[in-house]
Design a protein around this ligand. Structure first.
Ligand code: NAD
Length: 492
């Protein structure tokens, strides 16, 4: 059985395979992932620390050239990377190409580092005194990523961390670890010095070793809420800067004036794309007032036209979920919904295609707080519809939800839309846009249980997270200006 290697100091390193990687479309185990010994964790941190000490002094143009070359290689190898993603994650090839394209945006943004790393200068703040600022890399960044975007999320983190002069240790999800190895190879081909970008395979134990390692300076994490909370607490206790993005329960409000065909299409795309395994997936449609019955009918009718199948078939609208256990867990939510008195409009849980981990589309009408189907992040092709009477009820439902990643409003009323953006306690808002993932020049982050730590990911907040500020106050006094004065310096 093939074992997925680590990449340490530019070298592929084998280890004893421990946890299985599946092809979710067939159920077959295709490879094993090693879990490193603590000595290997020490080694990769030492390699990254050494590499960071020279990478931080590399010129901006050298870094920019490497990022440009990397961007070119990512475009050139998109189909090959997409095939790797589909083989281990299960999403369709078109969807995998989409995540790679969104990841490339972050590399393009980082190519602007000459502009992004410009400091400030203040002239003559006091007599003969100037002030300027600069930002320096933090050092060694541990990038810990989830299974659902094995290319895009590593690029969210690495593009800016590398551009700002840090070394990176990527710990990819053990469910789909191969794309990370290919990213390391492409970075090497682009000219990145060995040791600046490393891939350490492993599991929760590996993550905990990184969180406690004194040689790791910063931690970027994306994954589920319980793990994000743990990562934030543990890294903070170990005096590291940390950003930890968690799970989600994204609502899509449909007001009475919305075009219901547009809204139904959006609910399908955002609810069932990638089998619902997106942190920005819509999982609850909030139907306001009279729209509920026609909207549920339109969504159900569209679901009947979807094709579920292997991600490498162009006829598939969405593929399998990630593991057998996850498939069973998703099915348990549909069963519990029925037991909770929620109407199961469509139940795709009995879908079987070979040994794959497939779940067909499920639609639950009447979800509400206090039921598992509403309260939990299901992370599967299950869309709930919550019925509320008014706009205020919709906002209350959203704001009382412990998650605050994404939210969408469908309406033709600009005033209601403007008000909504101010009313909701959610980090990313779409107006007639169901998956409002910000472009790379903005930052990505939720509120409440969707993000622990203050820094959002990528964009300007990413640049700030991966750098430390210095402010330099300068004076060139003549001996005649010098005097003894023990008072606190003022600018007056
Ligand atoms: P996960 O939390 O199980 O795993 C994420 C990473 O943490 C993996 O690398 C894994 O090895 C590691 N890990 C798992 N358990 C751990 C533990 N107990 N201690 C330390 N490390 C641990 O998440 P997942 O199932 O891979 O990904 C899906 C989740 O990620 C969903 O909840 C989804 O909403 C979330 N997600 C959030 C965003 C966002 O931007 N907010 C983006 C993508 C995914």
């Amino acid at each position: 059985m093939r074992t997925i290697p680590h990449v340490i100091g530019g070298q592929l390193r084998e280890g004893e395979g421990v946890s299985p990687v599946h092809n979710p479309a067939t159920g077959e185990v295709t490879a094993l992932v090693p879990v490193p010994e603590p000595t290997l964790v020490d080694e990769v941190v030492a390699v990254a620390t050494q590499a960071a000490s020279t990478w931080r002094t590399s010129t901006q143009s050298a870094r920019t050239n490497i990022l440009f070359a990397f961007r070119h290689l990512l475009v050139e190898h998109t189909d090959e990377l997409a095939a790797l993603v589909t083989a281990e994650h299960g999403k369709t090839l078109a969807d995998a190409r989409g995540e790679i394209a969104r990841g490339i945006e972050n590399v393009e943004y980082a190519c602007g580092l000459a502009e992004l790393l410009k400091g400030d200068f203040s002239n003559q703040v006091a007599d003969g005194v100037d002030v300027h600022s600069l930002r320096e890399p933090v050092g060694v960044v541990a990038a810990i990523t989830p299974f659902n975007f094995p290319v895009m999320v590593p690029l969210w983190m690495s593009a800016n961390a590398l551009a700002t002069g840090n070394a990176v240790i990527l710990k990819p999800s053990e469910r789909d670890p191969s794309p990370a190895v290919r990213l390391a190879e492409l970075l090497r081909l682009a000219g990145l010095p060995d040791g600046v970008f490393n891939v350490l395979q492993g599991n929760a134990t590996t993550v905990n070793q990184l969180l406690e390692h004194p040689g790791v300076d910063a931690v970027s994490f994306v994954g589920s809420t319980p793990v994000a909370r743990h990562v934030h607490a543990t890294a903070s206790a170990n005096e590291k800067r940390v950003q930890a993005l968690g799970g989600a329960k994204n609502h899509m409000v449909v007001l009475a004036d919305a075009d219901l065909d547009v809204a139904a299409d959006a609910a399908i795309n955002a609810g069932f794309g990638s089998a619902g395994e997106r942190c920005m997936a819509i999982s609850v449609v909030v139907a306001v007032g009279e729209v509920a019955d026609p909207l549920v009918a339109k969504i159900a009718e569209r679901l009947d036209r979807l094709t579920v199948g292997p991600g490498d078939l162009s006829t598939s609208d969405f593929g399998p979920v990630i593991t057998r256990e996850h498939r069973d867990r998703v099915a348990s939510y549909v069963a519990s919904a029925a037991a909770d008195g929620i109407t199961v409009v469509r139940d795709g849980t009995s879908l079987a295609i070979g040994g794959g981990f497939f779940v067909g589309p499920c639609l639950l009408d009447g979800v509400h707080p206090g039921t598992r189907a509403y309260d939990d992040e299901i992370f599967g092709p299950v869309l709930g519809v919550a019925r509320v009477a008014t706009y205020d009820d919709a906002v209350r439902l959203i704001n009382q939800n412990p998650y605050g990643n994404g939210v969408a409003l469908f309406t033709r009323d600009g005033n209601a839309a403007r008000r909504f953006t101010r009313d909701v306690t959610v980090g990313m808002i779409g107006i007639n846009v169901p998956i409002p993932v910000p472009i790379a020049s903005y930052s990505f982050g939720g509120w409440k249980n969707s993000l622990f730590g203050h820094a959002h990911m990528y964009g300007p907040e990413g640049i700030a997270f991966y750098t430390r500020a210095k402010v330099v106050t300068t004076r060139w006094p003549q001996p005649s200006d010098s005097q003894i004065d023990l008072g606190f310096p003022t600018t007056r």
